[in-house]
Design a protein. Structure first.
Length: 761
């Protein structure tokens, strides 16, 4: 069964099932949560294994339990809040490929698993559809089953919330549940319209979608108090003030979210408070902070620092003391002379002990990355991915026997986790002595959750050994499938329709990095080698070693050095007079990559037929912009030629004129300014302009509608031979699907945007 058909079957079963479904109005990913009621006495680790959670800390944070309670015992009938990733699609939200339940001896069938283990949060029909099982009574020991839990990512009353699946007690009412969770009865009735039997007398185990309000904060950090407990997490939002050496938590409304219990307010000393960063506790410094349980649709404790400093004698006027000024000037002069003498003595000492100092400096450089990485992991707190020991890496990779490839930062090896999942282990070289590669990848990928971004499953940081563990991509990198090999006479095996789908999906992932995260992530190394393909040729952006994070409000960033791969780097990265560096530098690299996908050759091909065609944009310019081969891509009308040339001219070496990836229309939209007059078409202007029209050209080559998925594997791998179609020098089929029965080509408008009916992630 094809994955798309399987997904449609899953959602149809979910809509027809007896369990409650959580509605989603937009396609999105977020954090969901359910209240799991344990049938028997158990432990946190058992619940962690049951729901496939990577760390027990997520359970502690979601339930406001002390960090020292990792071995806590859960009594029968107790409710434990379970966090999990949520994916919204086709109007319904379900858990994003988690949890996976392993069938054990004695499990009679899917109905038993749904009713007994997961307590009515899911039906056996939903489990069967999610795992492509025709007979729900036929399962085998060791089989891994995806359990699709209900969830949602929608806002409620224009406020961000975490949707919580609550199992009602027998005889409880909607009003009681609304009061318990700090929401309104009207909001609960609207969210659960049609699924509530009797609002005043709910049935036991009836599932309700309960919205838990979230506080807004620009900074995510863990707050620990001396006894190791989380201070007022859950959805209790309070305000604290830190003055001098004492911290006081004032129970009051913060960020517009009510506090349910004003009498439970702890206080402690600032000296014992871990804020994740240094705080200057002088007499005039005050620090205010907000605490929330659910923030940015993540389930954790957050802290926002806002420091102000006021004078102790605000009422007194300015006073000038001549003696103090003279003393300060003389002291500064004396300090300056002392510094000069000190530098002179140090230089003499270095000359006498050059060899000894070199050894000391080398040792210091070896220790510096360890300090940098440890400081980063401390600040990242519970958000850091799972940490593996180096011995575990050797075991999962069979002592690094199966090498998948080699990059600039180290080798990549194939491995397998204990649960049977295949992974790719990237072992970083020791030559990168500052730990920047490791920190960049964990800090950027660690905060993402998107179908077109490779998933970071864990990391290893043990002494000088550093490694990153990713999900395994069976088809490797995109570059294996898009280039022709003239010497061998081979052709690529991906159709233009599949290339269009891949280009569109990459754009979605790139748009998510630029607009979908709490911090804007700039990749700076978009190229075919860093685009990985899974077994269904779904692309995922990888290798964030050169990535840079910046606030979403900042459109321009400052960089001291150019970063990226030659041939894909935007001009403004090394020519400052062209423009400022921004997220559109990634768009430039994306445009160059899409041009390679269109042309089937590398952007700098030394084996080109003509010397003038070695540089790829020049080659495209000759074939399209100069009109000598513009009819080869299916453009015959003069009006269409003008549109095509305007698309080519829409990009610019100046980053401000380069199109972005507009999420408002969920498409690759060329957002350049309208050309009122026909500009002069020159080779020099085109050679620096590669972002444009590439996706639109690929679209015209594919000859397909946005909603039609075209098979990506040609008959060279077996099966019926496709009908031979004329091909151009650009390498894609140019036969039009709009040809009339009489053989006359219908007039076709060249698309300015590659649109898709699916919404943005």
């Amino acid at each position: 069964m094809r994955p798309l058909v399987q997904l449609l079957l899953l959602f149809s079963c979910i809509l027809s099932a007896t369990s409650v479904t959580f509605r989603c109005t937009t396609r999105a990913t977020c954090q969901g949560m359910i209240g799991y009621v344990s049938r028997n006495t158990t432990t946190l680790s058992s619940i962690q294994d049951l729901f496939g959670l990577e760390s027990v800390n997520s359970l502690l944070e979601a339930n406001s339990w002390p960090t020292s309670d990792s071995n806590r015992s859960i009594r029968a009938g107790s409710t434990v809040r379970i966090p999990f990733p949520c994916s919204c699609s086709s109007g319904t939200g379900i858990s994003d490929r988690t949890p996976y339940f392993t069938v054990k001896k004695g499990d009679p069938g899917l109905d038993y698993i749904a009713r007994t283990i997961f307590r009515e949060f899911v039906t056996y029909r939903e489990i069967a559809a999610a795992n492509n099982i025709s007979d729900p009574d036929v399962i085998y020991v060791g089989q891994k089953l995806w359990i699709p839990l209900p969830c949602s990512c929608d806002d409620v009353d224009a406020a961000r919330v975490v949707h919580y699946g609550h199992a009602a007690a027998a005889g409880s009412s909607v009003g009681q549940i609304a009061q318990e969770f700090g929401t309104t009865e009207a909001a609960l009735m609207a969210l659960n319209n049609g699924s509530i039997t009797d609002p005043k007398d709910l049935q036991a185990g009836e599932i309700l979608d309960v919205p838990l309000k979230a506080c807004n904060s620009s900074m995510v950090s863990s707050l620990l108090v001396p006894n190791g407990s989380y201070a007022l997490t859950a959805n209790n939002c309070v305000q604290c003030s830190c003055n001098s050496n004492h911290l006081g938590l004032k129970c009051m409304r913060a960020q517009g979210v009510p506090v349910t219990d004003l009498a439970q307010c702890p206080s402690t000393q600032c000296g014992n408070l871990s804020l994740g960063e240094s705080v200057d506790l002088t007499t005039c410094v005050r620090t205010t902070c907000d605490y929330a349980g659910y923030n940015e649709r993540r389930i954790l404790t957050v802290l926002t620092n806002q420091s102000t400093c006021t004078s102790r004698n605000a009422d007194a006027g300015p006073k000038v003391n001549i003696k103090i000024i003279i003393g300060a000037v003389l002291g500064a002069i004396g300090l300056f002379i002392a510094c000069i003498v000190f530098v002179f003595l140090i230089k003499r000492f270095w000359k006498r002990n050059d060899d000894s100092n070199n050894n000391v400096k080398a040792s210091s450089l070896r220790q510096r990355p360890m300090k940098n990485v440890k400081a980063f992991l401390h600040n990242y707190g519970s958000l850091a991915p799972k940490q593996f020991r180096y011995s575990e890496l050797k075991k999962m990779t069979n002592s690094f026997k199966d090498k998948l490839g080699e990059g600039g930062y180290g080798g990549v090896f194939k491995g397998k986790l204990k649960d049977g999942r295949l992974v790719a282990v990237k072992v970083l070289n020791n030559s990168k002595g500052n730990g920047e590669e490791f920190i960049n990848e964990v800090a950027s990928i660690g905060r993402t959750s998107h179908v077109n971004i490779v998933a970071l499953l864990g990391f290893c940081f043990e002494g000088s050994k550093r490694a990153l563990i990713y999900e395994f991509m069976s088809n490797g990198s995109l570059e294996k499938f898009i280039y022709f090999n003239k010497s061998r006479g081979t052709e690529r095996i991906l159709s233009c329709g599949k290339l269009l789908q891949i280009a569109t999906d990459i754009a979605r992932g790139l748009e998510y990095l630029h607009r979908g995260c709490s911090m804007r992530i700039l990749h700076f190394d978009i190229k075919p080698h860093n685009i990985l393909l899974d077994d269904e040729f779904c692309p995922k952006i990888s290798d964030f070693g050169l990535a840079k994070l910046c606030p979403k409000q900042e459109s321009i960033i400052s960089m001291q050095d150019a970063r990226g791969t030659t041939g894909y780097m935007a001009p403004e990265l090394f020519y400052r007079n062209i423009g400022r560096v921004s997220h559109k530098s990634d768009v430039y690299s994306y445009g160059m990559m899409v041009l390679e996908m269109v042309g089937g050759r590398r952007n700098n091909d030394a084996q080109a037929e003509k010397t003038s065609e070695i540089y790829f944009p020049h080659w495209v310019y000759n074939h399209i912009a100069l009109e000598d081969s513009i009819n080869l891509i299916g453009i015959v009308e003069e009006e269409e030629k003008e549109i095509a040339k305007k698309m080519v001219l829409a990009s610019s070496a100046n980053g401000s004129g380069r199109p972005g990836l507009d999420p408002t229309q969920n498409s690759l939209l060329l957002r350049s300014s309208v050309l009122v007059q026909k500009p002069e078409l020159t080779s020099s202007s085109f050679l620096a302009s590669v972002t444009v029209g590439a996706a639109a050209l690929l679209w015209s080559h594919a000859g397909a509608t946005p909603t039609k998925r075209i098979s990506g594997v040609s008959s060279r791998r077996g099966g019926a031979q496709p009908k031979t179609e004329p091909k151009s020098k650009l390498g894609c089929d140019f036969s039009s699907p709009n040809a009339s029965p009489s053989g006359q080509r219908r007039r076709r408008v060249v698309p300015v945007a590659v649109d898709d009916t699916r919404s943005s992630d």
